[in-house]
Ligand binder design. Sequence first.
Ligand SMILES: [Zn+2]
Length: 321
Amino acid sequence: MPNSRAAINYGRPKPRVPGLVRGYVPWTVGLILAQAASLQAASSFPAFQGDRAFADLKRLVAFGPRPPGSRALADSRQWIVGQLKSAGCGVDEDAFVASTPEGDIPMTNLIARARGDRPAVILIAGHYETKLMKDVRFVGANDGGSSAAFLLEMARLLCRRKNPLTYWLVFFDGEEALREWSATDSLYGSRHLVQKLTASGELAQIQAMILVDMIADAKLDITKESRSTLWLSDLVFSTARRLGYARYFVDRPTPIDDDHIPWLNAGVPAVDIIDLDYGPANRYHHTPEDTVDKCSPASMTIVGRVITATLEQLEHSPRLY
Ligand SMILES: [Zn+2]
């Protein structure tokens, strides 16, 4: 991912899902409810296995640099589709041609669908391509690898589960700028899919978008992306605190442009879970040093546990239709 850039306007956030605010309850009752909720949380989702996700991250890196339109990206996409189908997901390939400063480039988003009892959709997303870097070998273990690997493990948890809500797992192509980050040279896949779902009318089904990016840093410190929808961001960070992960989810506002922005612009509540502090003075970010040895399965487990516990709470929200 991206630059920590100046704000993009994201229009009016529609209050589709008011937060999970409860009225006052006596503390003993509150305690019992909290215990019951956490027991339920423990039983409802299979455990997110960071080791399995990390094996996927290594496999993706083995394809080499994976910029948009490359053979390596096509090969990795084919491998991802195979993994998703083995996990029991329905998979759509959303192919389009992006007009970029490097010319027209064919790109493909992948959408894995996990059925649910209710039509309300929670979208979980990340990018799977790596930044085009012509002069160096950039394999994007964390930046591109970790988000795709995270989504594959989520697919294993969700696609054969009896879900109360519908889940879409979206692998974006073309998140990175081909040259200089700008409103038109970045977020190609995300912008394309928002347009497509707006035109088809399907966008209205999406109740929340949870984006992950660069979440495998062995020294994990996720900050609070400040343009993310507040109730959703608060839900993620309070869940992290409850699980004892406050030191990995740092409550420090940080504005970051990423694939969630087009969804915010379209009125979809969205949160970006990102650790943009990668190596000493961010030295590994967008450099050949973004390699497997800088990443850790433990970090992926932490993020996986926080997100599955967050989903658990969304599933128990009576406000989602
Ligand atoms: Zn990047």
